[in-house]
Design a protein around this ligand. Structure first.
Ligand code: CAA
Length: 414
């Protein structure tokens, strides 16, 4: 006859501690059927994050310093090429591979993770719509991490209303002259290559925008101030200024007038990566909270023995795993060649970023007073989480986009 479980509070606390330990160390991890290469990518990134990023993350944050040393390590280990086809020097994976790297970096430092991810954001349009010549010219260096790239859409008057951009690209003999200012550009100033969205036919609205590859150092292209941010401080966010900047017509990506549509498609493709950034951040905060709750003694016991704390941790663990399942599922769907994934991609970004905000808030609550201090990592994670609800489409705009897709769908009875 089996013995009933001893529900003595000390024993129960041990059981729960053990469960959380196993969960957070991966022994009870769900099976996500990653390929051998994906498992290696994830494990390699985790090692780099723990051995190279962890020791410097507080300093990078404090000094608001771009993580060039880490970018070099990611380049040397081929991680910049995970989503780029082998023929252009990459590892031939896809969005899921990219998400795995971003998740693992973000588990330790979101500022580092977004510096890495923004290069992919700046490369996707070239990858999907570039000519063979453009791809051969730029992709190998990006895959090897010799050049970072960046994506430039946002302007002072065009945040959520992306088609309200004012930067113009005026046709001239053999090229286009760019004029205007881009705002809040991640990797601005650090990247060598920029995908810039500008109006070639203002009167046509969203159908009048086009995409251009602009190299750092092109005459007429300069950088404005570097922003002072609440979080993700290791990353660089700058203005890009175009003053009569001549760009050759070979540098237009895709067809004239397709810039806005290509951008929307790009964001559909990139938002799971943003979800992965939020997911990694939430995972890191959960692990920190579990470790702290096991060690912190109050009323004679570790606080993890308190049911109030257990319930918070359980909810955090559920939300993190649900975010992971959603992010991986949509990334895999994109990689399988799906054509329209606007709604699902937005869902992954919204759910994971709301999770990151909630989990970091609850983690700070579990840490109590010390969590509010800079000596502990939770304060940084909490600051880093907020932006995930804002950039690559605010969660409100994305909920509107999800609702729009729902309205288009027929009901089950139809
Ligand atoms: N895929 C393909 N086509 C799309 C599309 C999609 N997902 N979404 C819209 N389109 C097409 C429409 O079909 C329409 O085409 P037609 O001209 O043929 O009709 C055209 O684009 C215009 O569409 P809408 O009228 O719906 O466009 P809108 O002006 O109302 O904007 C929006 C829609 C969803 C709100 C869009 O502006 C948007 O996504 N805003 C958020 C902007 C954003 O995410 N910015 C992030 C910047 S990058 C960043 O933050 C990165 C970083 O720093 C790390």
């Amino acid at each position: 006859m089996s013995r009933p479980i001893n529900l003595d509070s000390k024993y129960l606390a041990l059981l729960i501690m053990n469960y959380f330990l196993k969960c957070t160390r991966g022994r009870y991890a769900l099976e996500y059927f990653l390929t051998e290469q994906q498992k290696e990518i994830k494990a390699l990134t985790r090692t780099i994050a723990e051995e190279k990023v962890l020791p410097v993350r507080a300093e990078l944050d404090e000094k608001e310093e771009f993580p060039w040393e880490i970018m070099k390590i990611l380049a040397d280990t081929d991680l910049f090429g995970v989503y780029i086809p082998g023929e252009y020097g990459g590892l031939g994976g896809g969005v899921l591979d990219l998400c795995l790297v971003v998740e693992e970096l973000s588990r330790v430092c979101s500022g580092v993770a977004v510096s890495y991810a923004a290069s992919a954001l700046g490369t996707f349009t070239l990858l999907e719509y570039g000519t063979e010549e453009q791809k051969r010219k730029y992709l190998p260096d990006i895959a090897l991490g010799k050049r970072l790239s960046a994506f430039a859409l946002t302007e002072a008057t065009a945040g959520s209303d992306a088609s309200a951009i004012k930067t113009t690209a005026t046709r001239t003999g053999g090229g286009y002259i760019l004029n205007g200012t881009k705002q809040f550009i991640t990797n601005g100033g650090e990247a060598e290559l920029y995908t810039v969205i500008a109006l070639t036919a203002k009167e046509k609205g969203p159908r009048g925008a086009s995409a251009f590859l602009v190299e750092k150092g092109t005459p007429g292209f300069s950088f404005g101030r570097k922003e002072k941010k609440l979080g993700i401080r290791a990353s660089a966010t700058r203005e890009l200024v175009f003053e009569d900047c001549l760009v050759s017509e070979e540098n237009m990506i895709g067809r004239d007038g397709m810039g806005f549509i290509m951008t929307m498609r790009l964001l559909d493709r990139s938002r799971p990566g943003l979800g992965a950034q939020a997911l990694g951040l939430a995972q890191g905060a959960l692990e920190a909270a579990v470790d702290y709750a096991r060690k912190r003694i109050q009323f004679g016991h570790p606080i993890i023995a308190q049911q109030a704390v257990q319930l918070m941790l359980a909810d955090m663990a559920i939300e993190v795993e649900a975010a992971r399942a959603l992010v991986y599922a949509i990334a895999r769907t994109i990689d399988s060649g799906a054509k329209n994934f606007t709604q699902e991609s937005a869902m992954a970004k919204v759910f994971a970023s709301d999770t990151a905000m909630k989990v970091t808030t609850d983690a700070m609550q579990i840490f109590g007073g010390v969590g509010y201090m800079r000596d502990y990592p939770i304060e940084k994670m909490f600051r880093d989480a907020k932006i995930t609800q804002i950039y690559e489409g605010t969660n409100q705009v994305l909920r509107t986009a999800i609702a729009f897709e729902l309205r288009k769908k027929k009901g089950m009875q139809d």
